[in-house]
Ligand binder design. Structure first.
Ligand SMILES: [Zn+2]
Ligand SMILES: [Zn+2]
Length: 326
């Protein structure tokens, strides 16, 4: 009986794994590069679950490696499904964990500042109308995430080697403040993480600790991707590879512009809170965590318009909430 290898070839010594995660996307892409010369590198690490550990171990084994063999870890962004096992790998192998400098100062810091940041995080949601009972489950912690103890910075424009080729480090903010991309012009290949996804629109949310205009950031990222026009991209979910990045970037930009128009129409009448507006923008039934994501995404659209001077907000003393209006 032949057991098929879990490794999907990407480019030379660079391979992709589809690692299971307990989210609707079902898998996240983890990349392993085991070149003849140069460090054994893992890009993104999935969440720490027994299933994910087994899947990554199987991938390493197919290359004749084990956890101890990993020398460098590159994280596209701080979200649990990409960062979860980084600390475990660091501890077991002494691997150097790297991220974009912007992400270290923001998203990554979040995992170390949970207790200090949680009250501000909760207040931000309440100030925008989230009902009190919907903040109950917010602990911020995640038992599947083990942040690294030392993360070394990568900088936009820097070059690093992977699969025997030179890759440019890109900053692709929006989905996360310090989202990293790796660009190989020679092969027209982009390692994109969640900056662009083929089937779902990457969540763009405004939280207490994010940059002030994540949607503005994301629209610029989409412009950057459109100009780059990679032949192929390695994506975090529903991949590992996608083509048609330029067309998808345009589609996502249209999608956000439609939502901006919708917000303008919705705020033309009575002033309303971002939470009330999120019920209009995401009218389907959602679990509490989904409602908080919906609020953050609605807020990203509202604040983008407000910073452009196309909407206003007023603090309601009576309801202790921000109200958006034309
Ligand atoms: Zn993400
Ligand atoms: Zn993801």
């Amino acid at each position: 009986m032949t057991v098929s290898s879990p490794l999907i070839p990407v480019l030379g010594s660079l391979h992709a794994l589809q690692v299971p995660i307990p989210y609707p996307m079902k898998t996240v892409t983890v990349l392993i590069d085991a070149p003849a010369h140069g460090p054994v590198t893992m890009i993104d690490t999935a969440l720490d679950t027994p299933e994910a550990r087994a899947a990554i171990e199987a991938g390493l084994k197919a290359l004749g490696l084990h956890w101890e063999g990993v020398e460098r870890v590159i994280i596209t962004h701080h979200h649990p499904d990409h960062y979860g096992l980084a600390g475990v790998i660091e501890e077991r192998s002494g691997a150097r964990v790297t991220m974009l400098d912007v992400e270290i100062g923001r998203g990554e810091r979040y995992w170390h500042m949970l207790r200090e940041w949680l009250p501000g995080h909760v207040k931000h949601m309440l100030d925008h109308g989230l009902p009190q009972e919907m903040v109950q489950g917010m602990r911020g912690e995640n038992e599947h995430v083990h942040p690294a103890s030392r993360v070394q910075p990568l900088r936009e424009g820097q070059t690093l080697e992977l699969a025997g080729r030179a890759w440019e480090v890109l900053w692709l903010p929006g989905h996360a403040d310090g989202h990293l991309g790796l660009w190989n012009p020679e092969d027209s290949l982009l390692i994109a993480g969640d900056a662009i996804l083929p089937r779902i629109s990457p969540n763009v949310g405004l939280y207490a600790y994010t940059r002030p205009d994540p949607l503005g950031d994301y629209l610029q990222t989409l412009g950057k991707l459109e100009a780059l026009n990679p032949a192929r991209a390695v994506v975090g979910h529903h991949g590992p590879l996608m083509e048609g990045v330029r067309a998808r970037a345009r589609e996502l930009r249209d999608h956000h512009h439609e939502r901006l128009d919708f917000m303008k129409a919705e705020t033309a009448g009575e002033p309303r809170s971002a939470y009330e507006l999120s019920l209009a923008m995401f009218s389907r039934d959602l679990p509490t965590s989904g409602r908080r994501f919906a609020l953050a995404e609605t807020l990203a659209h509202l604040e983008h318009l407000r910073l452009l001077g196309q909407l206003y907000r007023t603090w309601s003393e009576k309801n202790q909430v921000w109200l958006y209006h034309a």
